[in-house]
Design a protein around this ligand. Structure first.
Ligand code: M6R
Length: 621
């Protein structure tokens, strides 16, 4: 959570920082702040609220300076007010710091520092880290080691050795307008390398406008970034590292709204293209063979595996559930899906015959990363399915596959979900060929069905106006129930999550047959029930469930296969999806549910791209 951005060079820092914060606002948006060095003094502006509130607060005050740091916050320690927002300064105001992450031992460090005479203004763990660096700077240094190692660079490294937890930090120093320091462990940080200028940010979006040369700082590394010098990187235990400069492939258009009112809507409409991008180069058009470069070297282990465990959170966890249905059904490998947050603490039984797949859009989710660590320690083969290139999970796994959905900015995940399901379908089909569990003819049909998905989604997107009309009818409901069976059960969960996170309507997803074991008690004529009742997936069974709902007065919105007549007679509203195999259905049935949530949230006046209390990347426990 939290977005950080910094600039040093010869341009005016403030506009770069503000634009950067606006691009990172999806990471946290309850308060924001900027620190600039002007006339050798650090000037700080902070404000509760969004980046636009910060801008209003700054008004026409002095914003000159060509070095600065900026932060957009998702509160962890202390409420989102002006005092708790970043940057945080040292006692004497000489240093200023921005931080993303959580310092787990901040309380004990704070006590030690208070006993030494430090006073704290905020409730944050970040201010404690700033004071710790200051304390080391003032009291624990025995001279500098070499020309590259100035006092603050060294103090930061020593202080970070005391830290338990996660951080991405940037520190500036009064009187030094040429240089700042950046460090990371567990929270993402990218350095953009320009000509006599450096950019640092939580992801590449604030950087790509200026340079495509980037360095991904590794865990436990600290960088000294002086606009007149090459970057110097050292580990916190003082080992010099060679910087590895990579080229960014992302484009500027990919992070802009491109004519849509919201990122979420743009990302929903991008799905025909993003799914093509996910499949690109991975299916041989002549032979239908699936080629997945990132798992190729591990295929013998996959062939011999006893079990696959998929770890994930939120929407990625829903994709994992679909993966379970796909892999068990097609490749006949036992699959277990675990919430990463539970898995990491449950003392799991793992062997080196297990394969652990971590699914994460951001590749930075703290629980998924921690669960992955446990899997690695057990000797299991670890694979990742991630969207963000170079993210921590991609670096911590032995192999894996990028989803290539492009940057997802809307906090509610849409195109990343369908990209994850596409990769899981490719995995299941590839594994089925390795294990010879699916007849070639059937395999070829499935490949045909999968490659037809983008075209079918185009058809579904054309129903947007009808879905908006349905949304109008139900926008004031207080509760929703989503029901599905088989492959569509995880879609019911995901549909409910989409609605609750952006419209704040209480919504639950259930396997349709479970309804009569409890949730049926909720049904009355006020209750909208979304039922996914596509053809062939336990169709007759779900029709009975629909009858049960109808008999109790529930209002039914049904997702059906085109040409359906039976459900149409019972349901209040029907949305038709094109005919498809049941294995492919989730990629289609989720689309109307995404649109329904979007329109309902919009009609209720909610901020669809930045829903309250949420952040895109959950890098804290
Ligand atoms: O980046 P990840 O895929 O690991 O994130 C996992 C969840 O935090 C994420 O899917 C969350 O549930 C989204 N808000 C869903 O829209």
């Amino acid at each position: 959570m939290c977005g950080i951005v910094a600039y040093v060079g010869n341009r005016r820092a403030f506009p770069i920082l503000i634009k950067g914060l606006q691009r990172l606002e999806y990471r946290g948006y309850d308060s924001a702040g900027v620190g600039l060095i002007n006339n050798n003094k650090i000037i700080t502006y902070k404000q509760a609220g969004k980046v636009s509130d910060l801008l209003e607060h700054v008004g026409d005050r002095d914003i000159s300076g060509s070095i600065g740091i900026a932060h957009t916050r998702w509160a962890t320690h202390g409420p989102p007010n002006q005092i708790n927002s970043h940057p945080h300064s040292s006692s004497d105001g000489r240093f200023s710091l921005i931080h993303n992450g959580i310092i787990e031992n901040y309380a004990s460090l704070k006590k030690v520092l208070e006993n030494k005479g430090h006073h704290f203004k905020s409730d944050t763990d970040s201010e404690v880290l700033m004071h710790l660096i200051e304390d080391v700077y003032n009291n624990s240094l025995n001279g500098v080691e070499d020309k590259e190692d100035n006092r603050l660079f060294k103090a930061i490294r020593i202080a970070l050795n005391e830290i338990i937890g996660a951080y991405a930090i940037i520190v500036i120093e009064e009187g030094n307008k040429d240089e700042f320091y950046a460090a990371r462990k567990g929270s993402p940080l990218v350095i953009g390398v320009g000509n006599n200028e450096y950019f640092v940010a939580s992801d590449a979006s604030p950087i790509i406008e200026y340079t495509n040369k980037v360095i991904y700082l590794k865990d436990g590394e600290v960088a000294s970034l002086n606009k007149n010098k090459d970057v110097v990187i050292k580990t916190i235990d003082n080992k010099k590292q060679s910087p590895y400069i990579e080229e960014l492939e992302q484009s500027l258009e990919s992070i802009e709204k491109g004519g849509f009112d919201h990122f979420m809507l743009k990302e929903i409409f991008e799905q025909p293209k993003s799914i093509v991008d996910t499949m690109r180069g991975r299916i041989n058009p002549k032979t239908n063979e699936i080629i997945l470069g990132g798992i190729k070297d591990h295929e013998s282990r996959i062939l011999a595996a006893d079990r696959i465990i998929i770890i994930a959170c939120g929407t990625s966890w829903h994709a994992a559930l679909i993966g379970e249905y796909l892999i068990e059904d097609l490749a006949r490998i036992n699959v277990e899906v675990e919430y990463a947050s539970e898995f990491r603490y449950k003392n799991p039984i793992l062997t080196n015959n297990d394969i652990v797949i971590a699914i994460s859009q951001s590749g930075e989710t703290a629980d998924t990363l921690a669960a992955l660590e446990i899997a690695k320690e057990s000797g299991a083969l670890t694979l990742g399915i991630c969207n963000v290139a170079g993210s921590s999970i991609t670096r911590e796994t032995s192999g894996g596959t990028y989803t290539h959905a492009g940057p997802e900015i809307g906090v509610a995940s849409t195109k990343a979900f369908t990209a994850q399901v596409t990769v899981l379908t490719l995995f299941a089909l590839r594994f089925s060929q390795l294990r010879k569990t699916v007849e070639r003819e059937n395999y070829n049909f499935l490949i045909k069905e999968l490659t037809a998905v983008p075209g079918k989604i185009e058809k579904l997107l054309a129903l947007n106006d009808n879905i908006e009309k349905i949304a109008k009818v139900f926008k004031d409901a207080s509760n929703f129930l989503y029901l599905g069976r088989g492959f569509n059960f995880p879609v019911a969960l995901e549909g409910a999550l989409k609605l609750k996170e952006i419209s704040y309507i209480h919504a639950e997803g259930y396997p349709a047959a479970e309804m009569k074991h409890g949730p049926i008690a909720l049904i009355d004529d006020e209750m909208p029930i979304v039922v996914i009742a596509t053809r062939k997936e336990n169709y007759e069974k779900i029709v009975s469930n629909i009858q049960e709902v109808k008999a109790r007065g529930g209002k039914l919105i049904a997702i059906v296969t085109e040409g359906d007549t039976e459900v149409k007679e019972i349901a209040d509203y029907c949305i038709e999806i094109p005919k498809c195999f049941r294995e492919i259905a989730p990629l289609l049935t989720i689309i109307p549910l995404q649109l329904l949530s979007y329109h309902i949230a919009l009609m209720r006046g909610c901020n669809v791209d930045q829903p309250r209390n949420l952040a895109k990347s959950v890098t804290v426990e």
